[in-house]
Design a protein around this ligand. Structure first.
Ligand SMILES: [Ca+2]
Ligand SMILES: [Ca+2]
Ligand SMILES: [Ca+2]
Ligand SMILES: [Ca+2]
Length: 438
């Protein structure tokens, strides 16, 4: 293993050692910019003797004081908890200073946004019309990777209409329009029955936010009395609980500190629950990860099927990843008659053709229909009555040759199989399976 090079970030503009402590910050995805807070006055423009937010450009070595107005006015109190957009140009932080913007008379912690390109310093925990938040603290800001959205926690009751729970909520502010919405709400917009505070995590485009809360009324069936992890889709107005057990049920202990990749594919969280994975007998805090696009079973079934000779319905399903780049999809046909030959068929188009060619089943594909008939692809269902086929998404069989599946494509699958009939070559079909690739 190669060790790589470690550099000290929290140094003065001239590279000298800081006189006081510095605390954790954030780094842009390209590794160029690091934002952090420091008790030490690291830059020549910083003479206030209190904690400030800094940005280091690791490419040029330039160190900038962030918690300062465009006119160079320094804060008199602490500025801390920075977060940064992916391009390093927009930085948010918490501050108790009342001299950064005109009209800051709430005597409370506010959230500020620094535009490094223009130097502008603005307050973002405001109502849609720009009024300051009531005398309640706002903390722990997070900015989306694209710099469009700032999320934070607050007990303020005046940021949106109808906030009467007297408790912590989380909010999202649109930088461009000034609009603000409460995120810790029920699907119908109703209030949560318990408070929500950070940490949380926000997707690159600002649309998806994950957070943890003890509230029991965010989703139906939350009866575990434990803190759970929720995913809010702002555009869809939906919220789902995503820390689930092996069987899709509730966890038996608390979960905290959710974090999410910018594309919202990967989520991690800490939990003491013992029913998340098999063989967990520890009962201590552990870290868990979810691949939201590798949820085991993928795709959606459609189309009517008819019972086969066993009396059961032949069924199709798929496991793996919805991401074409992963090229990880395995088709499965189950509940087939035993020791029956079968093969999978595929089309971009759905259809419905009842009892084609005298089959007992129905063809659920239309348009150009390809068949998986390559070496080893026509299989015998054996004693289990099942057939599995890993497929190559770069070579989807079609009548005129192979085609490549790409993100955004919809492909439909079905399994045709032999069945026992009255001395004839009877056959049947599974139901259909639609997969929309990402
Ligand atoms: Ca300072
Ligand atoms: Ca204030
Ligand atoms: Ca509230
Ligand atoms: Ca719960």
């Amino acid at each position: 293993m190669e060790l790589g090079v470690t550099e000290r970030i929290s140094v003065t503009s001239t590279g000298a050692q800081a006189a006081q402590r510095s605390d954790p910050g954030r780094i842009t995805p390209d590794g160029r910019f690091v934002v952090f807070e420091s008790d030490a006055d690291l830059a020549p423009t910083d003479s206030n003797g209190v904690k400030d937010v800094y940005r280091l450009d690791r490419q040029t070595g330039q160190l900038d004081l962030v918690s300062v107005t465009a006119a160079g006015v320094q804060g008199t109190g602490w500025s801390y908890h920075p977060d940064v957009s992916d391009d390093g140009q927009r930085i948010v932080f918490t501050s108790g200073n009342d001299n950064f913007v005109a009209g800051d008379t709430n005597g409370s912690l506010d959230i500020f946004l620094k535009d490094m390109a223009t130097g502008a310093l603005t307050r973002v925990n405001t109502t849609a019309s720009g009024a300051q938040s009531s005398s309640s603290n706002c903390t722990w800001p997070y900015i989306s990777g694209d710099g469009s959205t700032v999320a934070f926690s607050s007990t303020a009751s005046n940021l949106v209409a109808g906030d009467s729970n007297g408790d912590w909520d989380i909010f999202a502010k649109e930088v461009a329009t000034g609009s603000i919405e409460r995120l810790s709400v029920r699907p119908n917009g109703g209030q949560a029955d318990d408070g929500t505070r950070t940490p949380m995590s926000i997707s690159t485009d600002g649309n998806l936010i994950i957070y943890a809360t003890l509230a029991t009324n965010i989703v139906a069936g939350d009866t575990n009395g434990r803190q759970d992890v929720f995913l809010r889709d702002r555009a869809a107005g939906t919220t789902e609980r995503i820390n689930l057990s092996l069987t899709g049920g509730e966890l038996n202990d608390d979960s905290w500190v959710p974090a999410m990749s910018g594309d919202a594919r990967y989520v991690t969280y800490t939990s003491e629950a013992t029913n998340i994975v098999t063989g967990d007998t520890l009962g201590e805090r552990q870290i868990f990860a979810i691949d939201r696009f590798d949820a085991g079973t993928i795709g959606n079934n459609y189309c009517q099927t008819n019972p086969n000779s066993t009396g059961a319905m032949s069924l199709i399903s798929a496991t793996g990843s919805l991401f074409v780049a992963d090229n990880d999809v395995t088709l499965a046909a189950t509940q087939l008659p035993t020791f029956a030959f079968g093969l999978f068929i595929v089309s971009r188009t759905q259809g419905f053709n009842m009892n084609p060619g005298g089959s007992s089943g129905n063809l659920c594909l239309g348009g150009q229909i390809g068949r998986y008939v390559g070496p080893g692809q026509v299989q015998n269902s054996g004693a289990s009555g099942e057939i599995f086929l890993p497929i190559d998404l770069s070579a989807m069989p079609q009548p005129n040759g192979f085609e490549m599946a790409v993100a955004g494509d919809t492909w439909n699958f079905q399994c045709w199989h032999r069945d026992v009939g009255a001395g004839t070559l009877a056959s049947n079909f599974t139901n259909g399976l639609e997969i929309v690739f990402q």
